[in-house]
Ligand binder design. Structure first.
Ligand SMILES: [Zn+2]
Length: 778
């Protein structure tokens, strides 16, 4: 147990109708028994569209002290939260524990009274007097054209009591320090501005050396062979072995036997769970929900006013910017699956062409017998000449909405898994030749378009340790390299299927199959040159599957270790995320020590399912894909804003699967200042044109009425978020790209107005400053 995890949260007494819940008893550190009210939830009912909605506004957790029971109590809260998330769809429509109702709860009479009666007015005035000049700090940068700033003067904590304000600030501060800790540990990014604020709060001086960054392989110089095995480092004799689901690195076999690993720091499970439970309690905490909800509303309104006042000035800047426009500023498709990176027409044309050329080639094994392409198509009762995009049937549509199972079937052309094997797999009778050719055609289109890049994901399943060898041999054999592609590895969360078929004995084996070969290739690169070369071009790991499937498991100290997890059921999302993160962290430590590129963790998160997924990724992921469910938790949404966690959004994909286009939060997130980029997800299923990424931008621009400055800002975000090397980012964004605000922006390269950059930067600082004020208030 690692001490006090939750600030004492106690709402002032007031007369509200309450529903008594059974009391639990616990022991505090002195061993005395005392009663803990597990959450006593005052309820308020209000009408919404003629329907009475039960609204849970206040959750006065009386969480106390350090004790052996702390974890149990945290777990009880977490379980309650978890239960509220796994209810039936229609029940979930009610306001969940993380939610704040659209009509702000502070407007409710009871809460209004709370603010009016329970506030510390004297303290408020004192702080107001003290902080006024602090909030009017003048920016230090130059070169931003004059624009109209939106300033709010007076009481910045209006609408919440001083106690609630301080409580919220403490929680948010602690949450940010948690993220910073886990990012640094894994060589992932935490932006300079919040890091500087955290230092200031702690009374320390921020130093540039404090910044931790991932390492990516620079593109090959002209004439350099990206597949060259020259200069691979020699074996350094280390030994890698798995223990409790995490791979440790040892100096030699003897120290491995004694479990004396090298001093590579990694996360500690007990601390991680404490941090996670703290965050779970925080995002369900009434005052913090109210406070963050109000800040987000404010951010939205502030952007609208900024836009109204400065739209023309921003446009003027862009018009005066020579050479650069939206078409020739760099954009990265930050989330795309290799197996669906071509569009349906491209696949159709490729199938027809391959049949014309290769009809008599042996391409497949059918029921133990080798068959030619002609025979294969005959067995499926079709002729490629007759195929159309309609009969190919790979496009998602009305039938896939809320049906992930049907969507997965769309990966099979004409519904035939044989064709998926032949055209979209790296491992088949023709060694994945067709798939490699299709990808090379896609990358050559990108190279022609010149300003577009993509980060396709290839799968490692963890069913067998030689998957890496096969994948890297495919990569090297077909020379699947393009300067416009940055590779990622996706791990499907399908343990239950493998365990059900007895392919793996337990979950730990799966983790070992996924990570051990990479550790070994890092320790002795020359023993596996193909894999070592491939890993140089891999920038990160993704975790994929249908998030709306509930595992029914809750990650806690009582969860079995991965090696003990031998039941057929899959562990929870958070469990998966933790063990992936823990292994990536140790792997990065090793690779950094060896002077190699590191890997980012960039899971699919918040597309569906519980908001706790977004919480696990707040702690562990450099950036995420989707993030739709941030809509459901103002606290997490605000934290994603404060920490500027990049989110790759794919509204066209969501439109076919989980959320109608006009309800997509992309615009809202962008306006509030969350760091969003646009990505295609699966062009084969969702797009029509030869430039799916442009299609994505074009539709977003039309539906959401985005300005050129908005689009260029999103494109800039996509480059920042991506696994492009530092060298490339400097080239595409300007030499100071790591700095925040106008200083870090080179308008000649990005076409983002300096006015916009100044607005974003000042707004971000303002919000961080509020937290600082809240913490200094005491
Ligand atoms: Zn995806």
């Amino acid at each position: 147990m690692t001490g006090l995890n939750i600030a004492l949260v106690q709402w002032p007494n007031r007369t509200l109708p309450t529903r008594e819940e059974p009391c639990q008893t616990g022991e505090d550190s002195s061993g005395q028994e005392r009663t803990v009210n597990m959450p006593k939830v005052p309820e308020m009912s209000f009408k919404c569209g003629g329907r009475s909605i039960l609204q849970v506004v206040l959750t006065p957790y009386t969480l106390c002290a350090v004790s052996s029971e702390t974890d149990d109590r945290m777990r009880a809260i977490a379980e309650r939260v978890f239960a509220s998330e796994t209810k039936d769809e229609d029940v979930r429509e009610e306001i969940s524990l993380f939610d704040v109702a659209e009509n702000c709860p502070i407007l409710n009479q009871e809460l209004a009274d709370h603010v009016a009666n329970d506030d510390d007015v004297e303290k408020r005035m004192k702080i107001l007097r003290r902080t006024q000049p602090l909030l009017d700090d003048k920016p230090t940068y130059l070169e931003v054209p004059h624009f109209q700033r939106v300033t709010i003067t007076g009481d910045y904590a209006a609408g919440v009591t001083m106690d609630d304000f301080e409580l919220a600030c403490k929680g948010l501060y602690r949450a940010l320090t948690i993220r910073e800790k886990y990012m640094k540990l894994a060589f992932q990014r935490f932006p300079i501005t919040p890091s500087q604020f955290l230092c200031q709060i702690e009374g320390e001086q921020w130093k540039p050396e404090d910044q931790v960054l991932p390492v990516f392989t620079s593109p090959p110089k002209s004439g350099e062979d990206p597949f060259s095995t020259k200069g691979l480092p020699p074996n350094n004799g280390y030994v890698a072995r798995m223990k409790d689901g995490v791979i440790f690195v040892y100096k030699d076999a003897a120290s491995a036997d004694k479990h004396q690993p090298l001093n590579h720091p990694g996360p500690d499970l007990a601390t991680f769970l404490d941090d996670m439970n703290f965050l779970i309690a925080l995002i369900a905490q009434g005052p913090t929900k109210t406070y963050t909800h109000r800040r987000l509303k404010f951010l939205m309104s502030k952007f609208n006013v900024h836009e109204m006042l400065n739209e023309m000035e921003e446009m003027k800047e862009l018009k005066n910017n020579p050479h650069r426009d939206f078409y020739n500023c760099r954009k990265v498709d930050t989330h795309i699956h290799a197996a669906a990176c071509m569009n349906q027409k491209h696949l159709l044309r490729f199938i027809k062409r391959s049949y014309r050329v290769d009809a008599d080639r042996v391409v497949h094994v059918l029921k133990g017998k080798e068959v030619t392409m002609k025979e294969l198509f005959a067995s499926l009762n079709l002729h490629p000449y007759d195929l159309t995009v309609d009969s190919l049937d790979v496009h998602a549509g009305r039938q896939t909405f809320q049906r992930f199972d049907k969507f997965n079937a769309k990966y099979n052309p004409v519904g035939a898994s044989e064709l998926r094997d032949l055209y979209m797999k790296t491992e088949n009778h023709i060694s994945g030749e067709y798939f490699a050719t299709i990808i090379k055609e896609v990358s050559s289109d990108l190279e022609d378009a010149r300003y577009q890049y993509a980060e396709p994901r290839l799968s490692i399943y963890g069913c067998n340790p030689n998957e890496w060898d096969k994948l890297s041999s495919w990569f090297n054999k077909h020379k699947v390299f393009s300067p416009n592609l940055k590779w990622m590895i996706q791990i499907p969360r399908i343990y239950d299927i493998f365990r059900g078929r007895n392919f793996v004995p337990h979950f730990g084996k799966m983790l070992e199959n996924i990570f051990l070969p990479v550790f070994q290739a890092t320790i002795d690169p020359q023993s596996n040159p193909e894999l070592s070369i491939f890993l140089k071009h891999v920038t990160g790991f993704d975790s994929v599957d249908d998030e709306s499937k509930h595992s029914g498991h809750m990650f806690s100290t009582k969860s079995p270790k991965p090696e003990e997890w031998d039941i057929v059921k899959s562990p929870s999302y958070s469990y998966w995320i933790y063990y992936m993160y823990a292994n990536i962290t140790r792997l990065n430590q090793l690779r950094k020590e060896r002077g190699m590129n590191t890997f980012q963790f960039r899971p699919h998160c918040g597309e569906a399912g519980a908001v706790t997924h977004l919480l696990a990724c707040f702690m562990t992921a450099d950036n995420i894909s989707h993030g739709l469910n941030l809509k459901k938790s103002p606290v997490l949404q605000y934290l994603y804003f404060l920490a500027q966690i990049p989110i790759a959004m794919s509204p066209l994909s969501n439109n076919s699967l989980f959320l109608e286009y006009n309800k997509n939060p992309l615009l809202e997130f962008h306006q509030k200042g969350l760091m969003v980029s646009l990505s295609t997800d699966d062009p084969m299923q969702f797009h029509y044109t030869k430039e799916p990424l442009m299609e994505e931008y074009a539709i977003a621009a039309q539906v959401f009425k985005l300005s050129t400055c908005d689009m260029c800002e999103i494109a800039r975000n996509s480059v920042l978020q991506s696994g492009l090397s530092a060298e490339e980012k400097e080239h595409f964004l300007g030499t100071n790209y790591l700095k925040d605000g106008p200083e870090g922006n080179d308008i000649r390269k990005t076409n983002v107005a300096q006015i916009r950059m100044a607005y974003r930067y000042e707004t971000h600082c303002y919000e961080l400053n509020l937290i600082k004020q809240g913490l200094m208030a005491e």
